[in-house]
Design a protein around this ligand. Structure first.
Ligand code: NPW
Ligand code: ADP
Ligand code: K
Length: 481
């Protein structure tokens, strides 16, 4: 990973603890806590008119940030009260922050939460490790407008899971970098607007935390640009296996591959070739046996699965893997391997939706990131789990979360377009994880620009611009480094 990719990292709570430990030896936590609490007060002041604020403070550093925020709001003449769940540990930075707050203290009760216009939740943050007791949740549930310090106190910062039933927040103010739990649902919804404040955390402390989850953005990877000397083979050949019964899916994937910049796209359709020849004139349709087509070494990247029956997958996928090709397996190929994921060994990338993932590896549970990472390790291939937030894991443990997307993508055939785009990026020579990440981003960007209620064919017209934008944004990120 290049240094500039640190800007996209999403440290887990455990990694935050490592970062805090490293920071305590350099700047000290008190200075960071002061900036964190100040950032919370500023975020509140810039969004709300002065009103009665209650700050709920827990026993740890999250509570410490709360006392600092209370002090700065009071200094700005806002009516502020603090309700402490428990006093902070003596001698720590939170105890010092609590001592410096000299304003009103009230009991930690639902009644006091109900009376406030705005409740700042600084009960638990990165240290949350179990479901909060009813004593806590009953207070939070009585609040009208809620602002979270770091995270809502019942949301797991690693997984985004809600450990108790709680309300949605208006705003969450986090520090240094967002956490995976801010990006993954349901935390993504619960946290409301997200502000990430720079509190002057030294970069080497962030590095020491060794983050391995990233927000998927250009700069994390870069997509090859067009070069003057390019020819269609240098841009890359994408080959697809075409079936007899569902040619539409294969054709959508082929269209996605072409629209995202492949030099040449060919469908190996065997006896079904006639059906494909009626389609787009720029597509090359092959009817020769697969073994003969594999003699062409330029045909390195194959997409197998969209539009295929299990028999058709059985007849093609093992042949492609045995020939040492880069194989992206999707749709029918994932159904073919359900209950027996080893059948996919040797494949480079798989792109399941949640049903296909569950069929292969079992239901992922609350920790989707870990489940996808385990699957990638187990199969030694890149696993891209599609969803409103797409999780992309490499066998070496790197994970990207793609939230550059829109529900407009949730239309039949959209996954076929995505697999075509990823195949193009593989054929352009991108490493496998980077190609999958970039494909998810380009697909999302096309969806975001495809207007209202697009149909799947509408995405293709926006993929070229998406690729150009990704190239420009990655170049900017590299310059800023
Ligand atoms: N990273 C940064 O840049 C900076 C981070 N900062 C801030 O530090 C925050 C993290 O602070 P933290 O590590 O002290 O943990 P925090 O969340 O306050 O929890 C405290 C303790 O509560 C307990 N506990 C947990 N769950 C519980 C439950 N359900 N019910 C009851 N008790 C429960 C548990 O202790 P236990 O009871 O298990 O002994 C836990 O250790 C972070 O979110 C951010 O706001 C800034 O100040 C500076 C820069
Ligand atoms: N609510 C959503 N927000 C953002 N993206 C979504 C949402 N729902 C689905 N998508 C995206 O739409 C695509 C759907 O793919 P898939 O489930 O394979 O559909 P199909 O099988 O019909 O092609 C995936 O890329 C997925 O990430
Ligand atoms: K909190």
């Amino acid at each position: 990973m290049m240094a500039h990719t640190l800007r996209f990292c999403l440290p887990t709570p455990a990694q935050c603890a490592t970062m805090d430990e490293a920071a305590s030896r350099i700047t000290g936590i008190a200075a960071l806590m002061d900036r964190a609490g100040w950032a919370v007060a500023q975020a509140v002041r810039s969004r709300f008119a002065p009103c009665r604020v209650l700050v709920l403070c827990g026993p740890g550093n999250n509570g410490g940030d709360g006392y600092v925020a209370a002090r700065y709001l009071e200094r700005a003449r806002w009516p502020v009260q603090v309700a402490a769940l428990a006093e902070p540990r003596e001698g720590g930075p939170a105890a010092e922050a609590a001592r410096l707050f000299r304003g009103n203290r009230v009991a930690f009760t639902p009644e006091n939460a109900r009376r406030a216009d705005l409740v700042i939740d600084a009960v638990f943050g990165a240290g949350l490790d179990r479901a909060p007791a009813d004593e806590v949740m009953n207070v939070i549930r009585e609040a009208g407008t809620l602002v979270a310090v770091d995270l809502p106190s019942f949301v797991n910062g690693k997984t985004g899971a809600a450990l108790a039933e709680g309300p949605d927040y208006a705003l969450s103010v986090t520090f240094v970098r967002p956490k995976p739990g801010h990006i993954l649902p349901p935390g993504r919804v619960t946290r409301g607007e997200l502000v990430c404040a720079d509190i002057g955390m030294p970069m080497r402390c962030l590095e020491a935390a060794a983050p391995d989850i990233w927000l998927n953005q250009p700069g994390l990877w870069s997509v090859p640009a067009m070069k003057p000397e390019d020819h269609k083979y240098s841009r890359g050949v994408v080959s697809l296996c075409g079936g007899r019964i569902m040619p539409g899916a294969t054709r959508l994937a082929a269209a996605g591959a072409r629209a995202s910049g492949a030099g040449l796209v060919r469908i190996s359709a065997g006896r079904a070739a006639e059906a494909y020849r009626l389609g787009a004139p720029g597509l090359v349709i092959d009817d020769a046996p697969l073994a003969a087509l594999l003699e062409d070494e330029r045909r390195k990247v194959w997409l197998c699965g969209p539009g295929l029956t299990e028999d058709e997958v059985e007849a093609t996928l093992p042949v492609l893997v045995a020939a040492g090709r880069v194989v992206l397996a999707d749709a029918g190929a994932l159904g073919w391997a359900a209950g027996a994921p080893d059948k996919l060994r040797g494949v480079s990338v798989i792109t399941p939706h949640i049903g296909e993932f569950a069929g292969l590896f079992g239901k992922p549970g609350d920790d989707r990131v870990q489940a996808v990472r385990d699957a990638a390790r187990e199969l030694d291939c890149v696993v891209l789990l599609k969803g409103s937030v797409t999780v992309i894991a490499a066998p070496d443990g790197r994970v990207a979360l793609n939230d550059h997307a829109t529900p407009a993508l949730a239309t039949a055939g959209s996954g076929d377009t995505l697999s075509g785009v990823i195949a193009t990026l593989l054929a352009a020579g991108m490493p496998h994880w980077e190609a999958a990440c970039a494909g998810a981003w380009l697909h999302g960007e096309a969806g975001l620009n495809a207007g209202n209620w697009p149909i799947v064919e509408d995405f293709d017209g926006h993929l070229g611009d998406a690729r150009a934008r990704a190239i420009a944004l990655a170049a900017d990120a590299a310059c800023d480094d």
